[in-house]
Design a protein around this ligand. Structure first.
Ligand code: AMP
Length: 281
């Protein structure tokens, strides 16, 4: 496994694979890797000849009061984990390597689906994601790119601009990896106090309870209200509890497949999760 920190180095490392028309798989991450990330790499390994994982904490997707400075940077530990799951190349550029020192005048902004859910709480976040992912796609030029359903809205945004801009690759969505107690794995789980880590699985428990209620015929609005109440009682500050179609359109009743979305804070840690529930008439 190689680690490249420059675009030139990465391009040189990928050149033999490109000449041999090998299938290149790409997994973008911000590092501090856990089993969720590693499962994306395992999926890439199944479909591709060469697997590239980027580790880059992207400043332009963080708001002014978010955790960019404190975001955990653990490259050495990440490298060991990636070697074990068969990553071929780590791309770990500096901010300067990615953004240079001249002003960036181009933005990539997906409308409608970003004006909702996390887009309301984190203005500019998805533009920052779209810009960095597009830059990384142009640098790596993969055949397949792998993203987690944990960040459901992010995956939808990426699928949208890939389609809208004819970016020549296929986006693969990978199911959420959870801890045994149901908590969706996240680099931010490491911020939780011991006490809050015990409370955090309530998020998934409320989603599973909501699934049961929906199947029992409880009205969607009531189900969402029940989630909010349970989370608040458990000590969360709820950002949102919402239901959307799988394409992120508003939905009033459980008369088609639905995705339930939660964003809630425990202490200073903002956690997100979602659950897709199939409708059977
Ligand atoms: P991040 O490093 O948080 O930017 O995440 C990098 C990629 O890993 C994104 O595509 C995430 O959706 C994905 N990811 C993070 N946590 C999980 C998880 N628990 N299950 C599946 N994918 C995940």
């Amino acid at each position: 496994m190689k680690t490249e920190t420059t675009i030139q180095g990465l391009t040189a490392s990928l050149s033999p694979a490109r000449s041999a028309r090998k299938i290149i798989g790409f997994v973008p991450t911000m590092g501090n890797l856990h089993e969720g990330h590693l499962n994306l790499v395992r999926e890439a390994r199944k479909l591709c000849d060469v697997v590239v994982v980027s580790i880059f904490v992207n400043p332009i997707q963080f708001g002014p009061n978010e955790d960019f400075d404190n975001y955990p940077r653990t490259l050495e530990q990440d490298s060991h984990l990636l070697a074990d799951v068969g990553c071929d190349i780590i791309f770990a550029p500096t901010v300067e390597q990615m953004y240079g020192n001249k002003p960036r005048l181009t933005n990539i902004s997906v409308s409608e689906i970003t004006n909702d859910l996390c887009g309301l709480q984190r203005p500019g976040h998805f533009d920052g994601v779209a810009v960095v992912v597009t830059k990384l796609f142009n640098i790596v030029q993969p055949n397949f790119a792998f993203f987690g359903q944990k960040d459901y809205q992010q995956l939808a945004v990426i699928r949208q601009f890939v389609r809208d801009l004819n970016i020549p690759l296929e986006v693969i969505g990978v199911p959420i990896t959870r801890a045994e107690d149901g908590l969706a794995l996240s680099s931010r789980n490491g911020y939780l106090s011991e006490e809050n880590r015990k409370i955090a699985p309530t998020i998934f428990q409320t989603l599973k309870a909501a699934e049961q209620e929906l199947h029992q015929g409880v009205a969607l609005a009531e189900v969402l209200e029940n989630i909010k109440q349970k989370l608040t009682q458990a000590g969360f500050i709820v950002d949102y509890v919402e239901a959307r179609t799988p394409e992120l359109q508003k939905i009033e009743a459980f008369d088609q497949d639905v995705v339930l979305f939660i964003a809630a804070k425990l202490g200073n840690t903002r956690l997100i999760d979602n659950l897709q529930i199939a409708y059977t008439a």
